[in-house]
Design a protein around this ligand. Sequence first.
Ligand code: ATP
Ligand code: LTN
Length: 334
Amino acid sequence: MTKPNLFSGMQPSAGSLHLGNYLGALVNWTKMQDDYNAFYCVVDLHAITVAQDPAELRKNTRVTAAQYLAAGIDHNKSALFVQSHVPAHAQLAWVLMTITGFGEAGRMTQFKDKSQKAGSDSTSVGLFTYPILQAADILLYQPKAVPVGEDQRQHIELTRDLAARFNSRFGETFEIPEVVILKETAKIYDLQNPEAKMSKSGDPKGLVNIMDDSDSIMKKIKSAVTDTDGVIKFDREAKPGVSNLLGIHSAISGESIDALVSHFDGKGYGDLKTEVGEVVLSVIEPIRTRANELLADPAELDRLLIKGANKAQELAEVTLATVYERVGFIAPAR
Ligand code: ATP
Ligand code: LTN
């Protein structure tokens, strides 16, 4: 039996992934590659919808790809590739823009948030059409599943609406993809502010980056905010800091929260932090080492990305050719 397709994307927007990205998204992506024919795309076209330094963007694109490979995306099973290497993304986005309502695009909450922060003069039209490019990313690969965080749900709904609209106007062309929302239990919180999710835009002291050195990771975990009652138990409301540490331990070690609470019975917060630090380093250190090896040989890394792009391109071109034919473009003479 052939496996169903899967598509997801990540922005090359930082020099390192953080523990939240890893436990919340990447671990699931690596697991899903056995059951799906997966396409994982580093979305550099999306990254330029806000100002980017060209040298930084190049570096972050490679660093992002290297970390995904290092964390277990297998280039022999899945296509890991860079969006700008497959021109069909921009080409399909144009066609989809012509069937998207202006008001419909204007209702996207991520656009409203980002443009409000930036002000209308520094908000680009590209930021406005960002979700339509995302729809093109997805629909080119006819995926059954699109695994994303809760914040992306509205964009996947738009994608489904555009696919259904195109199909009804021009004939069955696109698979209508299902959104797969990654588990709430894998939500990781800021170590300094454990009511907010761990984020690259949060407090740097509360953020564990995969590419940070081990000493500074241990230091950050040891200075995690807890509380004063000294009891190790799980209660998100009353004890967000301790609960976050237990959640991180459990997500990595696979032990249930109950088992961890019994394990730490009679022990103090210092013991909890040291053990969580050790567990975190046990997964992060090999990923960082492997990512650095990949980055030390950019020619080999680029070769793997081209291999991914070739696989992606094969399918993307077939979908785009069907779309062009359906909308009434004459095929170019060969
Ligand atoms: P950030 O807030 O750090 O910018 P993001 O959601 O904008 O995070 P992306 O690069 O878009 O970052 O995220 C990639 C994936 O990581 C998404 O699927 C997102 O849901 C997931 N993710 C991000 N932060 C966390 C977190 N703290 N806990 C669990 N999953 C997370
Ligand atoms: N917008 C997403 C990144 C993204 C994506 C996609 C995710 C771009 N294209 C296609 C899934 C499918 C984000 O900011 N996380």
